[in-house]
Design a protein around this ligand. Sequence first.
Ligand SMILES: C[S@@+](CC[C@H](N)C(=O)[O-])C[C@H]1O[C@@H](n2cnc3c(N)ncnc32)[C@H](O)[C@@H]1O
Length: 238
Amino acid sequence: MGPEPDNTPVNNPDTGSKATLKSEWADRQRTLGNTQRAVLFKNFPDSFNQSLHAAHVQFIQRHMPAAAASLLDVGCGFGRTSLPLKAAYPALSFTGVELSEEFARVYQERIGPCFCGSVSDFTTDERFDVITIITLLMYLSEDERDREVARLGAMLKPGGRLIVIEPYFNFLTMMRRALKLRKLAPTGGEVRYFSRDELEHQLAAALPTFKRLETRLFGMPVTGLPRLHIGIAMAIPN
Ligand SMILES: C[S@@+](CC[C@H](N)C(=O)[O-])C[C@H]1O[C@@H](n2cnc3c(N)ncnc32)[C@H](O)[C@@H]1O
């Protein structure tokens, strides 16, 4: 997870907060590089991040349509999830959307074309078989979330899949807030967390014709830690 979004209105509230978020991500990329810790939990051991990463990739693969030809990775970072998918599906073409210039550059170098800017400024005539949104909605306002999810849903081909993974609102989140324990926060920052009902309802409201295929909670094996992420896979009817 990333730095805390700054919602302080400048002139245009969206542009103001995006500029802050962009520079925070540039700092984070400089400090942590193109690593799982940069885009997952910076205070967690590498083995924990690796296991969460593997579970994310497995979830996406489980919902990949059989004849998928194209994937759009929104808020792609350096391509943490696109990279292993590219190896697993060599014929699949990848497009990224990413606010941070360095992440976008790395994505483009290693994986495929990447629009460098905010998802809200991304437009295309292309239609995709799969769209992944992994830990991005947490940085958007509620209005933006509804608007962008609906807009992205319209970029899918018939039979396409939308796969969303976001921070899960759990016992750890409540405890950290109550005790102000920043060390327990994934990155030390405040970001948006979603309950299962909330995320399922928001996606259903933004995409009324889509069918929900699966909701999955992601945790760390063995540790007994509460679930950290929630994943939802949706399909647009043929
Ligand atoms: C927590 S990271 C996750 C990166 C990647 N999806 C992953 O799971 O490895 C969130 C990413 O979203 C990007 N981001 C934040 N707000 C964005 C926006 N409005 N439009 C596009 N990208 C954004 C950040 O720059 C960052 O790379």
